[in-house]
Write a protein that binds this ligand. Sequence first.
Ligand SMILES: N[C@@H](CCC(=O)N[C@@H](CS)C(=O)NCC(=O)O)C(=O)O
Length: 323
Amino acid sequence: MAKSMSLLWGAGSPPCWRVMITLEEKKLQGYKHKLLSFEKGEHKSQDVLEINPRGQVAVHAFITARDLHELWKSINPITTCRFSSSGGGGEAVISKIMAQDMTLLWGSGSPPCWRVMIALEEKNLQGYNQKLLSFEKMEHKSQEVIDINPRGQLPSFKHGDVIVNESYAACFYLESQFKSQGNKLIPDSPAEQALMYQRMFEGLTFYEKLNAVIYYNWFVPEGERHDSALNRNREALVTELNLWEGYLQKLGSGSHLAGPSFSLVDVTVFPTVATLFRFGLSAEKYPKLGEYYALLKERPSVKASWPPHWLENPKGQDTLKDM
Ligand SMILES: N[C@@H](CCC(=O)N[C@@H](CS)C(=O)NCC(=O)O)C(=O)O
């Protein structure tokens, strides 16, 4: 197994080290590897770019998609849903009972909250307890939130006594606990599964680059703002947008982000895409993202969880109009 794996790595890079520790723990010594030098710019070499088009300093772990899948299969034990039933009315009743034990504290328009809400819908867990809180009124710093999430952030999510606040963690948790309930969100095909994981984690970069532009004034105190810094952030977002356009282009029309089926990467990245268009991104300039947005916005789980303040006020901002 290890022989079919290859890792391009840099010394002292924590992302590379993570992969190497996992490979060791899984007794996959013997994989092919090549130590590259960041100083010499070897992370921008053709060898790297062929596997990782980002070839960027912040991403130091390179492993092929197929290898990633094999590795993931070996570290991700298949969990089965203890509560599944074989159809009939039983499943709906069980979903309802399970959902009653769940509580979500959320904020309207927050992509992390939206991810969890889409996952809950997809897993037929409608009927969970929920409370919409206001960021403006600082309700995310209330005791009610801090009791579940000491970071004072939304989403804050609880299932019985289990607390899982990080949106990605909550999505993985729901899929793993309710594997055979509602829609299956992790594809079986090795290529699709590996691509799903790959794009999910790239999705975090996408979200970060978006926030650095649309919330620049919110994040950076008045005296520390510079047009040059904002322009740099805008350029970084354009680079990111072009990467995602390219990914969608390669997958072909009508595809989801990891292939033909809707999966966890759509759950986690769609809210970022919707936010782009809410902030004025042009579907003419980014036609593939536009097409993807148009496809997904009609999906029942997405419609059911659409941010209420977007519904009340359908016109968004034009911050990204000229991107
Ligand atoms: N990594 C967290 C991020 C959650 C997050 O940043 N939530 C924002 C709303 S979108 C928040 O609560 N911000 C308030 C704060 O950080 O004080 C996740 O994915 O769940």
